[in-house]
Design a protein around this ligand. Structure first.
Ligand code: PMV
Length: 370
């Protein structure tokens, strides 16, 4: 059993926060101010695929928080002049007015409304930039929704300055989850779980929990190089994808497997068992894609170049006695995971033999972060 709290006041709040009602702010004071937050993306090792209710996961998941793939979001807020029940916001993405993003933000604000009712009383000017290329096919919802949730929490902090840092980040994760499930894991680092499980004390379906157990030093500076195989729009939205798990023939088996893999991975991470890490992480990635291929309707999200990379990675690992392995999101891009000690050789391999499979030869060098 891994214990994730320390004996201080902040952690006592952590233990008490268990239900949705604990996150309702009732103070409707009008305030004025601004905040800027940077929040990272994350890469799941045990995947979240399938949800129920209001963005609750069907199984626990666990991710490495990244350090360079980030969204930076500034929010300035003033009391609304016309007092009505509508949300009032402007949104700029990378300096341009971006009405295309409005429906997503509107849906997010509606979902979080009962926990942060003060938002309706303010006019918000929201501006976001990503550190990674736009339309790179990288799932930006985790960094985007977590950065936005932090900005909303800054308004709450202005209204109610007594809230603790622990509550601030816990509620930010709770709110981010309502925008995009995986975003719940982007509020802390370096390794974060989301979803109730008996191996992580204090874990919850409502928010992410940073792993506070001992992690083997090999994972502390783990590298993630993201090969941009296909920078196009996602073929299937996350919501559609998650819904495919309802009535999926393998759903029950998959959710059981994810619980088992989650437990195994916690042990692997503490013991530094790289062989088992590679086997579990690659199997999780391929299972995610296999689930999509076995759905009705089905989706094939890998591209021919994805398969070429996966095969080449396996050969490279065998020929060089390397720890290089892959994982995948719900798309064609490949995340290459490896210890920092192999960085020089693996980057040489990527440049010489894998960049040719990437669109415009592009890849992003990232690593585990906080
Ligand atoms: O957060 P969502 O709803 O976009 O779902 C993310 C799902 C995966 O990225 C495929 C897996 C995960 O756990 O991050």
């Amino acid at each position: 059993m891994f214990n994730c709290f320390l004996l201080n006041n902040e952690s006592i709040i952590f233990v008490i926060m268990k239900s949705e009602e604990d996150f309702i702010e009732t103070d409707l004071k009008e305030v004025e101010g601004a905040s800027t937050w940077e929040s990272p993306s994350n890469i799941a090792l045990v995947k979240y695929w399938g949800k129920y209710g209001t963005q609750y996961p069907q199984n626990p998941s666990l991710s490495f928080t990244l350090s360079k793939c980030i969204t930076k979001t500034s929010i300035s807020f003033v009391p609304k002049e016309i007092k009505n029940r509508d949300f009032s916001f402007d949104f700029k993405f990378e300096g341009n007015n971006s009405p295309a993003f409005h429906p997503k933000i509107q849906t997010f604000l509606e979902r979080i409304d009962c926990y942060v009712p003060f938002v309706r009383q303010h006019n918000l000017k929201i501006e976001s930039v990503n550190s990674f290329p736009h339309s790179s096919g990288i799932a930006s919802s985790a960094s985007a929704m977590s950065a936005l949730a932090l900005g909303i929490m800054s308004i709450e902090k202005k209204i109610n300055p007594t809230i603790s840092d622990a509550y601030f980040f816990l509620k930010a994760s709770f709110l981010a989850r309502l925008g995009s499930g995986s975003a719940a894991r982007s509020l802390k680092g370096p390794i974060v779980s989301w979803g109730k499980t008996d191996v992580i004390e204090g874990s919850s379906d409502l928010y992410g929990t940073a792993l506070d157990s001992k992690i083997h030093p090999i994972f502390e500076e783990y590298q993630d190089t993201i090969l941009l195989i296909d920078k196009g729009q996602k073929k299937v939205s996350s919501s559609v994808g998650h819904n495919l798990m309802n009535n999926h023939p393998y759903a029950a088996t998959r959710f059981d497997q994810a619980y088992i893999n989650f437990k195994k991975l916690i042990t692997i991470l503490s013991q530094g068992d790289i062989t088992e890490f590679i086997s579990l992480v690659e199997s999780e990635a391929l299972t995610l894609h296999a689930l999509m291929m076995a759905s009705q309707p089905y989706f094939i999200l890998m591209q021919p170049n994805t398969l070429k990379v996966l095969n080449r990675v396996r050969e490279y690992r065998q020929d060089n006695n390397s720890s290089l392995c892959f994982t995948l999101d719900a798309g064609a891009n490949v995340h290459l995971l490896y210890p920092k000690s192999e960085k020089d050789e693996v980057l040489k391999f990527i440049k010489e033999e894998l960049a040719c499979y990437c669109q415009n030869g592009q890849f992003i060098e990232d690593q585990i972060g906080n």
